[in-house]
Write a new protein. Structure first.
Ligand SMILES: Nc1ncnc2c1ncn2[C@@H]1O[C@H](COP(=O)(O)OP(=O)(O)O)[C@@H](O)[C@H]1O
Ligand SMILES: O=C(OP(=O)(O)O)[C@H](O)COP(=O)(O)O
Length: 474
C-alpha cells in the first residue's frame, strides 16, 4: 500500500478515503521586537521553561488544558536538542497580609509531573530543597547539579522544579529575589516564557530575563496573537468578570469599563461593588476593598454600563449548600446600612430578566472571566451563565481563566469540548492576563512580555534583527 501523504486525499467514487492534515502552521500577528522560541539556538542548551500549569486543586488536576497547550513548546525544545527545566506556580501559598508562606503537599507540582510522564512517557526529576517554615525554600542548592548532569546526558527527559511560589525569592523584591534569580539563571543557558496566564512580574516570569537570553514560547505567541480580537472587538462588546481574585482584577476594571458596552459582574467583585453602591455590608467583604470599588460606582453613575444581576444568593455558612441555610435576595430591595451573611452566588433567574437576556443575545463579542459562585456547592449561577452565553450563536465568545475554564468543563463537558473546536469560541489560558491586556490596551505591554522584548533588544535576538518580519509563521 502506498504511504499516506498528508493532504493528498484519495477519492473512490463519492467516497473520500484518508483525510487531510493541516500543516500545523498558523499566521500570527506579533510585535516584531518579540524574540521567538523558533529563533533560539537550543542545541545542547539547558532551557529554563516557565509555564502556567496552575491547574492543581487539593493535589488533583481538574482540567489539563493549560498543560496540553504547552506540549508543543516542550516538543519544539526537545526536538531541537534543548534540555528542559520546567517551572510553574500553583495556587497562592504566600499570604501578602501575614507575609507568610504555607507549604502544603496539595500545592506541589507532583500531579502535573505525573500527568506529563504519563502523556509523554519520559521521566522528569523533581529536585528537593531545604524548606524553612513560613519562609519556604531559600536556595536552589548544588544537589541539583547531579540532575542537570543526567539531563544533559539524556538519562532523564526533563527536570521539573518545585512550585515557584514555594521559593522565598519568587514574590520578593529584595535580596531574596536577587539570589533566587541568579541561582535560577545559573541552571540554564536560555529562558523561554510560555506562561501567558502568569502576568504578575515575579522572579520566574520577569526578573529572570535580566540574566538569560529570553524567548516567547508557542503558547504565549498564540495567546498574544488572539488577544487582539478582544482588544479590537466587534460591538456590542460585553465583558463578564467574576471570581475571587479581587486584588488583581479590580484595577483593570476601571479601564475595561471604558472599552465595553456592558459589564456584568459576579463573585466577590460584584459583592464589593454592591456594598459600595448601596452602602450595605456583606460578610467577608473588606472595608478597604469597598473603598476601592467606589471609583467604579462613581464611573457608572453617568454611563450605566454595569448590568446588575438582581437576584443573588445569601448563605449563613460557607461550609456548603444546606437546605434552610441559604436564600435568594433581591438587590432592588436593599436598604442602606443593611447587613447580610455571605453572598456566594448569583441566582440563575438573574440571567432570565429581559435586560440581561437582551444584552447577552445582542452582543457581538463576549469576554468571560467568570465563576459566579463559590464552588463546588454554589454552581447554579455559573451553569446558567454559560448556557445564556451559548444561546448567542453569532457572537465571538472568549472564555479565559483557570477556574473559568475548569468550571465550564465540569458543568458543560459537551459544550466545552465543542467550544475547543468551534470558530465561535476561543479559550484563553489566563483570565487575569486578558483583563490586564484590556487595561494596558496592548498585549506587548504586559510586564512579562515587555521583559522579553527588552531582553531581545539587549541580546540582539529580537525578530527585527534580520530573522523574520511580521506576520510570523509558527
Ligand atoms: N461569591 C463568592 N464567594 C467566594 N468565592 C467565590 C465567589 N464567587 C466565586 N468564587 C470562587 O472564585 C474562584 C474563581 O475565581 P478566580 O480565580 O478569580 O477565577 P479565574 O481563575 O477563572 O480567573 C472559584 O474557586 C470560586 O469558588
Ligand atoms: O490562574 C491564573 O490566573 P487566572 O485565575 O486569572 O486565570 C494564573 O495561574 C495566574 O495566577 P495568579 O493570579 O495567582 O498570579
Amino acid at each position: 500500500m502506498a504511504p499516506y501523504v498528508p493532504g493528498d486525499n484519495l477519492h473512490y467514487g463519492n467516497m473520500k478515503v484518508g483525510y487531510s492534515v493541516d500543516d500545523g502552521q498558523e499566521t500570527t500577528y506579533l510585535d516584531p521586537r518579540l524574540p521567538l522560541l523558533q529563533h533560539a539556538d537550543l542545541k545542547d542548551k539547558v532551557v529554563l521553561l516557565r509555564v502556567d500549569h496552575n491547574v492543581v486543586k487539593k493535589g488533583k488536576i481538574l482540567d489539563q488544558y493549560r498543560i496540553d497547550v504547552t506540549l508543543a513548546t516542550m516538543y519544539n525544545i526537545i526536538e531541537r536538542g534543548g534540555r528542559p527545566i520546567i517551572m510553574t506556580h500553583i495556587g497562592r501559598p504566600y499570604d501578602k497580609k501575614t507575609k507568610t508562606l504555607t507549604i502544603k503537599q496539595d500545592d506541589s507540582v507532583d500531579a502535573v509531573v505525573a500527568y506529563l510522564q504519563r502523556k509523554l512517557r519520559i521521566k522528569f526529576a523533581v529536585p528537593q530543597f531545604h524548606v524553612t517554615e513560613k519562609e519556604g525554600i531559600h536556595d536552589i542548592d548544588t544537589s541539583i547539579n547531579w540532575l542537570i548532569h543526567d539531563l544533559r546526558a539524556r538519562k532523564i527527559g526533563g527536570i521539573y522544579l518545585p512550585n515557584t511560589r514555594w521559593f522565598a525569592g519568587e514574590e520578593d523584591k529584595g535580596v531574596n529575589m536577587e539570589r533566587f534569580v541568579v541561582q535560577l539563571a545559573g541552571l540554564a543557558d536560555v529562558f523561554v516564557n510560555d506562561a501567558f496566564g502568569s502576568w504578575q512580574p515575579h522572579a520566574s516570569t520577569y526578573h529572570i530575563t535580566k540574566y538569560l537570553p529570553s524567548y516567547a514560547g508557542l503558547c504565549m505567541q498564540a495567546e498574544l496573537s488572539h488577544v487582539r480580537e478582544v482588544l479590537e472587538p466587534k460591538h456590542p462588546f460585553v465583558a463578564v468578570v467574576a471570581g475571587s481574585k479581587y486584588d488583581t482584577k479590580i484595577g483593570p476594571l476601571t479601564e475595561i469599563y471604558k472599552k465595553v458596552d456592558n459589564l456584568i459582574l459576579g463573585g466577590i467583585i460584584y459583592n464589593t461593588f454592591l456594598c459600595a453602591k448601596y452602602n450595605v455590608r456583606m460578610k467577608g467583604v473588606e472595608e478597604s476593598d469597598i473603598e476601592l470599588a467606589k471609583g467604579l460606582v462613581e464611573q457608572d453613575k453617568l454611563q450605566k454600563k454595569i448590568l446588575e444581576l438582581p437576584m443573588i444568593v445569601e448563605t449563613d455558612t460557607l461550609a456548603g449548600r444546606f437546605e434552610g441555610q441559604f436564600r435568594t435576595i433581591n438587590v432592588n430591595d436593599f436598604k442602606e446600612g443593611q447587613e447580610f451573611g455571605y453572598v456566594v452566588d448569583v441566582d440563575p433567574a438573574s440571567f432570565e430578566t429581559p435586560e440581561v437576556r437582551q444584552v447577552l443575545e445582542s452582543a457581538k463579542t463576549i469576554f468571560v472571566n467568570a465563576v459566579m459562585g463559590m464552588m463546588p456547592a454554589f454552581w447554579h449561577g455559573t451553569s446558567k451563565m454559560d448556557e445564556a452565553i451559548d444561546r448567542n450563536t453569532t457572537a465571538q465568545k472568549f472564555f479565559g481563566g483557570g477556574d473559568t475554564l475548569q468550571e465550564f468543563k465540569s458543568l458543560w463537558p459537551g459544550l466545552y469540548q465543542a467550544a475547543l473546536d468551534s470558530a465561535k469560541y476561543y479559550l484563553f489560558t489566563g483570565g487575569g492576563t486578558v483583563l490586564k491586556v484590556l487595561e494596558e490596551g496592548d498585549p506587548f505591554g504586559l510586564p512579562t512580555v515587555r521583559a522579553l522584548i527588552e531582553n531581545g533588544e539587549q541580546y540582539g535576538h529580537s525578530q527585527e534583527n534580520g530573522r523574520s518580519s511580521s506576520p510570523t509563521r509558527m
